[in-house]
Design a protein around this ligand. Sequence first.
Ligand SMILES: Nc1ncnc2c1ncn2[C@@H]1O[C@H](COP(=O)(O)OP(=O)(O)OP(=O)(O)O)[C@@H](O)[C@H]1O
Length: 244
Amino acid sequence: MIRLEQISHVYQLGKKGGERTVPVLRGINLQVNAGEIVTLVGRSGSGKSTLLHAACGFIRPTGGRVIIDGQDTTKFSEGDWANFRRSRIGVVFQSFQLIPSMTAYENAELPLVLDGVGEMERRERTLQLFERFGLTDYAQHYPGELSGGQQQRVGIARALALRPSIVFADEPTGSLDSENERQFLTTLQQLNVEEQITFLIITHDEHVASIGHRTVRMEDGLLTETINGRQSQGSSAIDSEVTV
Ligand SMILES: Nc1ncnc2c1ncn2[C@@H]1O[C@H](COP(=O)(O)OP(=O)(O)OP(=O)(O)O)[C@@H](O)[C@H]1O
């Protein structure tokens, strides 16, 4: 479960980091229950990525607390965050962020290498993910030799390699055509139902937003909520709360 409590964030601009301040988040409260898919929408510049980055520890919010699976991350060092992310969080980006000089297989396997997983197990897990995502024939291709949809699937295979219980995704279908988007959303819903993975997904696309059990909208640094009417496997959407 992800619990964001009174999250605020102010960026400091200027050479010395303080010549101008940009307040972006103004006391956000959001709970995402285990096994839920929550989609986050809002106009460009409203602070969605900033909130996601705070939730997964890429930035330290100016105020508030991020509590994940009962652990208050407020006092985490960067090293603590990195270990914590490795053990339970996967992140998927719009731009895929694959390493161009590594094959699809090497890209997806990388988190396992960094985590010290043995070669046999790395191979088994990576090939299983490639089979699941229809990538088996493309394992030895470099990112530049793959379509956008294939690259996105390598990105999600990499995000899932360490078997996270939570996946954060920032515009995951932004670079996909409608067929690849449809396939990606089906996979995501399967992972949610079969493996109870919790998702928090930023999107501009109404279709993507509609796969969430709930959609929250960011406006002026605060959230409003819509219930989409699908119940999650994990727990009732009614248990979840957004305070505006
Ligand atoms: N590193 C930064 N330093 C200063 N200001 C920033 C920084 N990152 C983002 N901002 C500003 O914070 C505001 C929110 O940005 P953010 O990327 O969170 O919005 P968003 O809702 O994700 O936008 P989009 O939908 O266009 O991706 C914007 O005004 C942006 O210019």
